[in-house]
Design a protein around this ligand. Sequence first.
Ligand code: PLP
Length: 386
Amino acid sequence: MSGPSRHLESILAQAGVGQDPAWGSITTPVYQSVTFRSIGSEPRGEGYDYSRTLNPTRSALEDTLAKAEGGAGATAFGSGMAAILAVFHWGLNQGDHVVLTEDLYGGTFRILEDELRRFGVRFDLVPTSDLQAVSRAMRAETRMIFLETPANPLLQISDIQRLADLAHEHHARLVVDNTLMTFVRQRPFELGADLVVYSATKYLGGHNDVLAGAVISPDSATAERIAAIANTTGGVLGPWDAFLLLRGLKTLALRMQRQETNAHALAETLRSHPKVSRVYYPVFNETGWTIQQRQASGAGGMVSFVLKNEAWALDLRKRLRLIIPAVSLGGTESLITEPYSETHRELPEELRRKLGLLPGLLRLSAGIEDPQDLVEDLLQALEGLS
Ligand SMILES: *Cc1c(COP(=O)(O)O)cnc(C)c1O
């Protein structure tokens, strides 16, 4: 790990380069092998013996992720959910309490509600953009604050540094789900976070073709613990998917730039349109934007909005010709979804309503298409609504 420290863009552009000792291939080969020559407890080469434990293609990806995040180690999982479950395995015991961002990814809520509650884990969903509210929610048993910022779909901003301080005052840890910003825009370890987790399915992979997750650790003891959990529970990423992710990472910095430009153009278009009653976009949220500018280097590629007539939400999605009605986010294709009935339907109805995740709220993930084409598509679809 010696040599000059490179800029993030250079690390990403050469993700996985130089991993092939046999032929010196530029890309990391797909080591589609479950097992490796080994005798007794002495594996050959770099310690590879069985692919659940360690696989060279996955290792190349994990090395890149750790380096890019500024962590000591990373573990790649078969999905974001598998990565998040590993985070809970790492940080929670029976009787512990966790505080989470309230407009949380629905699947994260479901892990706690459906799978961990019966093992005695307790949790509260809290507006983490409000430090007082978080302070009030902390209990003697609170061992973790689990943060999404910006939270999706309302793109509320939480102050990572102050929440890290608050967590540490209570002998708890701060975990950041950095899926929406990525290490290109937001660097939680530099702000005091204890662990960073990703759905790599979104921006990191970036092509809507691979489901993956990752946990990045700040020190090697934590990294070893996370790797041990992955090896024990088995939700690791396969070699082909690791290859696809390495390939996706090479263009991450460029994609983020373009997706941000496109999201901004779409947000401005929506804000000035007579059929739109509200636009959620970090730049338009005054207090949130002050924090965002301090802790991140951009606004991200997401925009949410509410139409003046709730019934238009379905019609709008049918009228779009370029922007695709589909769940998920962060890929090269622009996608639009209704969180109430799609991405966030796992949240209890009452909670969705309380949070403002109402029918008719639409969430747009900007892709890398031409910004003018995207704006024109949105305008023609809005035009047709009546
Ligand atoms: C999609 C998503 C997840 C879940 O990841 P999968 O890869 O779909 O399992 C978790 N957190 C956030 C913020 C997400 O957007």
